[in-house]
Ligand binder design. Structure first.
Ligand code: CA
Length: 726
């Protein structure tokens, strides 16, 4: 074959490739493309980039030498003000992602131009059943469709070209219980799989698989057994039943919810699933005779064709510290003891970093990546942790590390095959926990049955209830890790099992997701609105962009027409979303959701306009209720309202000490009538009476009057008092 003929042939092949690319249509992700993801780093095919969800891209145009030129390319306003946690997917120049309560977006990845927007109509009952904001952690994209789960647990298959609904499936077994969905669906072979949240409420966790084409249910796998007196829902629950007291609190549900980590491995045809904490929290109350309580706080490998268990590994047997194992699962290959191993890497809330052989579930290593006291280590042979009796709060309040906030939660970690390092948002610190007596199930509401206190100073120890003081006695504190809560971006060597470098974040609540790139950069956003790029080998800060929007999600990167972009979704929220953080950008600029995209030689990032100063509290209405009614209102308020309302300005929820005259007048219509249910304020008429509403209103008026008086005192001019006669 001559040179000309060869060139003609190359041209012919190129034309063929072009034709096949055109025929692929939108959102053309399939098994072949997923397996070849590392060869096409311009794409970002899953929320974690590749099938192993490594949050790594081989793109290297932006590197240590060029990153100083990184600037704003485009932005997109989601018109929402709750947290944004998703990592977008980009395929063939189109970005797909999710937003508040399961909204979804299709955007031109070059310009940010909106192609379509999907806004599910969410069952407002779910607003009472969410612990951690109305967030969503992403879409799944597969063969022309985009899959997203709405907050109320309805799974949608959307046409990737138009955003129109192809099918929908209600995935929730009982809407009167505290179920919600916040995780991304996972494509596993011919099915799409989705779990749910609710481990603080009254739910029994499970995942459900649906046929990709039709939405027909294929199988369901419960992660905790049901009452043994009833029928067994799944044959593999026989393994789990042996690890629970038959007299367990089946009425409360058990927990084990799969609200985040799921990864499908097309090489081994296994779906890896991470399960949540036990409910109620204290095992002595949940399963009085003890036991491991499978499959709480575990990793499961499930065959997607049958829904049958291939293997399981429980990270926190008999969990009682809210140690969800839901953190993202990461698949890669590591050289361990001279052998290449297909591994699963996991850093759950319980503080141990796990390396497992993902074909068999064999534990390869488990080493604390933050201070840990609930266990004294993990036996490498048996895979079992050695429990520390000093962390068991069955007989009284105990100090435990990590706190139930966890050493690491949902914020994605990244793995660079170039450095061999994991980049992990890690949280240090402990908590005091104790069980409340005899938990009664409260339908659809929080049922943890335990108190979590996060003291980190002697002043806060003094404020603990008397019954919890022993947990922070000098004897208890002697030898305990540093109580002071803090967070780090930590580079962790998963083979040597040690920290290589770390950078502190602005506070313990600040632990955003991470991206690693072939340019040997690590990107992480921050609550204070800064997107920072670090040297992947040393942790040296190389670039800092002040965006004016708080960031908790993980950045991602992609390329279109040879230009590399870095994108991140920005808005504060998630767990503890209702607490004000004055250091957060959201406190200064508000919390309008944005997708922010950067490129080399981009512009300055436009910041949102700063918020107007907080208005003074207006004079509240006159109190007409008796002291007894106000006290009853306080009890009701603390049982039902404090999960969201901390009554401070600029938090995620309304400051009730600043209610307008109109809101006071419409109080019953809002609380009992559901006047604001579309805005996220639940309707309470099924659990609260008119008398209850009256008592709660009286207590809110008391709070308002107290706050108003404190404000007036502060505002009163200081008069100089002269001594002696005048
Ligand atoms: Ca939990």
């Amino acid at each position: 074959m001559g040179v000309t003929a060869r060139m003609a042939r190359v041209g012919f092949v190129a034309v063929l490739l072009l034709i096949s690319a055109c025929h692929k249509g939108p959102a053309a992700i399939d098994r072949g493309r997923l397996l070849a993801a590392s060869k096409h780093p311009q794409q970002w095919l899953t929320t974690g980039g590749d099938f192993g969800k490594t949050h790594y891209s081989g793109l290297a145009a932006i590197d240590a030498a060029s990153v100083s030129r990184l600037g704003y390319a485009w932005g997109f306003d989601t018109d929402t003000d709750r947290g944004l946690e998703a990592t977008p997917i980009v395929v063939d120049g189109v970005m797909y992602t999710s937003g508040v309560a399961g909204r979804a977006y299709g955007l031109d990845a070059r310009s940010g131009k909106l192609i379509w927007r999907f806004e599910p109509k969410v069952d407002p009952r779910v607003h009472r059943a969410t612990c951690c904001d109305q967030v969503n952690r992403g879409v799944a994209v597969w063969r022309g469709r985009v899959y997203v789960a709405a907050l109320d647990g309805v799974l949608y298959a959307l046409d990737a070209a138009t955003g129109k609904v192809a099918w929908r499936a209600d995935t929730i077994v009982d809407h009167t219980r505290g179920y919600s969905s916040t995780g991304a669906p996972e494509i596993a072979g011919d099915v799409v799989v989705i779990g749910n949240a609710g481990g603080e409420f009254d739910t029994r966790g499970y995942i459900t698989a649906y046929d990709l084409k039709t939405g027909r249910q294929a199988w369901r796998f419960f992660t905790a057994p049901g009452d043994p007196h009833g029928p067994r829902d799944h044959p593999d629950l026989a393994i789990a039943e042996r690890t629970w007291d038959p007299a367990s609190r089946w009425d409360i549900g058990g927990g084990g919810n799969v609200w985040d980590g799921m990864v499908y491995d097309p090489q081994l045809d296994l779906l890896y699933v991470a399960t949540g904490n036990g409910e109620v929290y204290a095992r002595a109350q949940r399963s009085p005779k003890g036991g491991d309580n499978l499959f709480l706080s575990s990793l499961l490998a499930i065959r997607p064709k049958t829904g049958r268990l291939a293997w399981y590994y429980q990270e926190t047997p008999g969990d009682q510290w809210d140690y969800d194992s839901d953190a993202p699962i990461l698949l890669t290959t590591l050289g361990i003891a001279g052998r290449q191993r297909q591994v699963l890497l996991h850093a759950p809330k319980n503080g141990f970093f796990y390396v497992l052989d993902r074909a068999t579930g064999e534990l390869l290593s488990a080493r604390p990546y933050v201070p840990v006291t609930w266990a004294r280590g993990v036996d490498a042979k048996t895979g079992r942790p050695a429990p520390n009796p000093d962390a068991d709060y069955t007989t009284g309040a105990k100090l435990v590390f990590p706190s139930p906030v966890g050493g690491h939660v949902w914020n994605p970690m990244a793995f660079s095959p170039r450095t061999g390092l994991i980049y992990l948002p890690a949280i240090e610190g402990g908590a005091v926990m104790y069980a409340k007596p005899d938990p009664q199930r409260r339908a659809g509401r929080v049922n943890t049955g335990a108190a979590i206190l996060l003291p980190d100073s002697p002043e806060q120890f003094a404020a603990l209830p008397k019954s919890a003081q022993g947990a922070v006695s000098p004897a208890a504190l002697a030898g305990a890790p540093d109580l002071h809560r803090r967070a780090y971006l930590r580079a962790w060597d998963p083979v040597a099992q040690r920290t290589v470098w770390q950078v502190p974040t602005i506070g313990w609540w600040d632990h955003a997701g991470v991206l690693a790139t072939g340019g040997d950069l690590v990107f992480q956003g921050s609550g204070d609105g800064h997107l920072r790029a670090y040297d992947a080998r040393t942790g040296r800060l190389l670039k800092d962009i002040d965006t004016g929007s708080s960031i908790i999600a993980a950045p991602m990167t992609y390329a279109v027409d040879g230009v590399q972009y870095v994108a991140v979704m920005a808005a504060a929220g998630g767990g503890l979303w209702y607490l004000p953080h004055p250091q957060n950008a959201a406190y200064k600029y508000g919390n309008q959701g944005r997708i922010l995209v950067f490129r080399l030689d981009g512009a300055a990032t436009p910041k949102p306009p700063p918020l107007a100063p907080v208005e003074p509290i207006a004079a509240p209405p006159t109190q007409t209720a008796s002291a007894a009614v106000i006290e009853r209102g306080r009890t009701l308020f603390e049982a039902n309202c404090t999960l969201c309302h901390v009554n401070m300005p600029r938090t995620g929820s309304a400051d009730l000490t600043r209610l307008s005259e109109g809101s006071h007048a419409a109080f019953d219509d809002i609380l009992l009538g559901g006047l604001l249910k579309e805005q996220g304020m639940p309707q309470w008429s099924d659990v609260l009476t008119k008398d209850d509403a009256h008592a709660i209103h009286a207590y809110i008026i008391k709070l308002s009057q107290d706050a108003y008086r404190a404000q007036q005192r502060k505002a009163a001019p200081v008069r100089e008092v002269r001594q002696g006669g005048g």
